[in-house]
Design a binder for this molecule. Sequence first.
Ligand code: G6Q
Length: 553
Amino acid sequence: MTDLTNRVEWRTLRENAAALETSSLRRLFEDDPQRFDRFSIAAAGLFLDYSKNKISAETLANLIALARATGLEERRNAMFRGDAINETEKRAVLHVALRAGGETDYAAEGEPVSDDVAAALSRMKSFAGAVHGGAHVGRTGKALTTVVNIGIGGSDLGPLMAVEALRPFWIEGRRAHFVSNVDGAHLSDTLAACDPETTLFIIASKTFTTQETLTNAYSARDWFLANGGAEADIAKHFVALSTNAEGVKSFGIDEANMFRFWDWVGGRYSLWSSIGLSIALQVGFDNFEKLLRGARLMDEHFLEAPLEANMPALLALVGVWNRNFQGVAAHAVLPYDQRLHRLPAYLQQADMESNGKRVALTGAAVAHETGPVIFGEPGTNGQHAFYQLLHQGTDIISADFIAAANGAPELGDHHEKLLANFLAQPEALMRGKTDGEVRKELQDTGLDAAEIDRLAPHKVFPGDRPTNSILMDRLTPETLGALIALYEHKIFCQGAVWGVNSFDQWGVELGKALAKTILPEIARRGEIKPAASAHDPSTNGLIDRINKMRADI
Ligand code: G6Q
């Protein structure tokens, strides 16, 4: 495999970057009145404006050439075909099959999967119907109105984000909680608000071996049994979402209460599978299907549109440009939508776990930067917190601004104000404010020359900060589905260009293994432990200090 940075397309892009260095986004807009039309695209109910990135038509053509040269289209087709493109785990990557709606038949490494998907969805549908309709009730005959989803990482972040996003679609009287952290405070605080007679626990774990999830699941079961439940009632109050039937059985959940999925569904790509049961229970199965449909529209677009008019590919390629040719190491996700407040956390996992890699598929170290740091908060809150650094910090940070043109509810003029901010920030980041503009403003306030000299440098905004704006009519299950799929495919495209495996996550293993070694060295409260000696002096010292604090009760 050719080193990416030695490719002719890469070298041309470097030249493009050098040529654009003396220009500015302001200038690019002045020079080309068509820039907005040229660098924007609509698909699957979403609109993307990427014109506020420092690219020219030539750059974009070269980025597309790079994508073609690195085999992005072939890799995309291989993913949809069900090839084992997750090479280090020897697995197909077929989350697209979960939302095909029976319209396309998929096969994972040649094995048809669509019937299994349809059967799993139909089980979810009848279970949600039974819980909603009262055919499946709790041990005392009361309706199960509260759901506690116990899972972590991919078995938590997606459903939690989607349930929060779809609040206007919640079924009245129903409430879903999510417990992920092994910190007992998370489970205890959640259970404090739950009635054991009306609570359904969903144990969501692909592997059913995850320490945090099993610990929380056992404690939830203890709580249930300590609060009037009997072993025989567990079937009414506990279900499992997993690929591991044995693990589920040994926990004590009957196979009849297990909702399956498959190893070709990656954890962080699994909200479309049985892992989405909490979403279906909270917003109804119809709305869950609409979420799948929205994602399917984006899948079809991604598969069929040429790269020149392909929203996920274009979003990915401007990201590659910013990361590799503009020195951007961090990317902010800024939804101007309170209900999308968990989207940054969700995308942190989706992106950083997928593309935070330092070796290529070949095993060789890459010679270029890969995934950026992802962070974010909803607008307008972030504006009053970290935007200072976006506008005037020493690092250039790119950002996605996301908003719906129509809010729910439209309360007074809140939504107009939200939208005004959604538009103002990218404009400010792009335009900046020159020294001349600042001085003129200060003169107009009547300040003397010395004071203007003193203040002006602090009030200058360099501008030229790259942003994308993603707009939708309103946030619905369909547009949410399309938005998530847009990001999934963006991440896929970047991984394909960078030549990394976006579907494994070996980087999470080392710390997990060390935690297992350290666990027996942590004192129970009041226990006296011998001095730790198995680790480096820092870790030993910290263990001793913790153990001393736990002994002194
Ligand atoms: C996601 C990761 C990871 C995983 C969690 C939970 O892609 O693999 O976040 O989802 O570690 O794993 P289980 O679902 O197996 O408990």
